[in-house]
Design a protein. Sequence first.
Length: 532
Amino acid sequence: MPDARTELSWSGWGDPAQATTLPEAVRALLRDGLGVSRENRPPTSIDQLALEPVRLDGQLAAQLTDLVGAAHSHADHESRVRHALGKSIFDLLALRAGRPLPAPDLVLDPGSHDEVLDILSVCARARVAVVPFGGGTSVVGGLTPNAEGFAGVVALDLKRLNQLRELDEESRLARLEPGLRGPEAEALLGAHGYTIGHFPQSFEYATLGGFAAARSSGQASAEYGRFDELVVALRVATPAGMLELGRAPKSAAGPDLRQIILGSEGALGVITELTVQVRPAPAIRRYEGWRFASFAEGTTTLRRLAQDGPRASVLRLSDEAETALGLARPDQLGDGGDGGSLAIVGFEGDPDDVARRAQETSIVLSEAGAIPVPDAGEDWVRGRFHGPYLRDALLDAGALVETLETATFWSKLPNLYKAVHSTLQNSLINQGTAPVILCHVSHVYASGASLYFTVACAQSPDPAAQWRKAKSAAMEAVLAAGGSISHHHGVGRDHQPWLAEEVGELGVTVLSAIKRELDPTGILNPGILVVS
């Protein structure tokens, strides 16, 4: 695992030192199976990237700088580039397109809740757009606001808000600041013997504030729950003032206002502190691999486990294509697999409890016809955080690679899987770029589960338009089949066109009304989540 403050690559994912080299089997698939014939590499230097001109008035920039101190205000080219985009396919393609990029005019690193409030107050009066910035890992365009009509754009980097403020061991709660990355938070809590238990694929670089703002879900959600389920209190800075939410675990004092902020993606306020549930760190973690004859048989068994137990910490199932390609076991990438559908089942806790649950689960799996796959669980753990690096390598090799995730109830899951798969396939074939489409179930509940699709094909001459067309068709298929436009990536800019179809026009009106109250001038992440 990289150092907690290793700087995220400006042109791709994670630590540049961990960039992936494609195995020959994958290169052969790209060349012979997908017809990939050209490379599409990013600029070799961050200095080569052209940015749109600065619009922020110099006097206003100086006023904002005075609020945080000169050492925590940045208008240099590299800082602007690093805060310009997230990690969506459209973001990464924009880096390679050669056109001037939209970028914040100024990057501010506030050191306190009060400094955030002061910045928002100044920006609201001057009509300067503000983009809250955590780890920079958004894959739905959540960091690229529609800044038209604003006097400039400020990126609000929360990295200095990185403290464990309080650990209430009696209640098993931790009061934390939002700029902590996943590893930093776990290190602070681990020193006291506790864990949040939240390990999404973005864990190494995403922040606690980002987890809350996007309703993140970690690999062991079956054990710990999604991140929004762990948050019991929030402190939020808004242009209209401060919100302090959460006085008790549950309350009947009207609708739960915490839920307004959770999932709001920085469009309603800036989270400056959050209190989360913690648990004693597990003594052991155990991961196993089980192979089903088919994805359909596997999903039936995952439903049985999610509804009736025994309880597992991790339940994940790759379809036949993902299993065969080896993405279910990144360390075995390109080995062809042994057919069927690979499940990863994990357990965390004390040794006796883990042994008991693993034994009871193995009985259920065996009765369902699954067979153990030696070392598959540990292979998956070792490669858990490597997937985004692979996407970068494939993109540079000339492939179009992107993900799409959704969720629905168990009764609708088979039709949702078929609808999205066939829609993506047809759209890309019709564009002359036949794809490989992979899928896995990554999060399960008593009533349903999520589906996470990975799509790869040759790039067309305009890959952004190519994926936009396929994604649009897939989103319509998701909604028609009863799925959600997002399970844990959020809405951002990329999913915003379909929000009204999911929550209804009245739902969007309600969200817009809340934004007008909390953000009267519409400066917070404009165009993200809702259009005010």
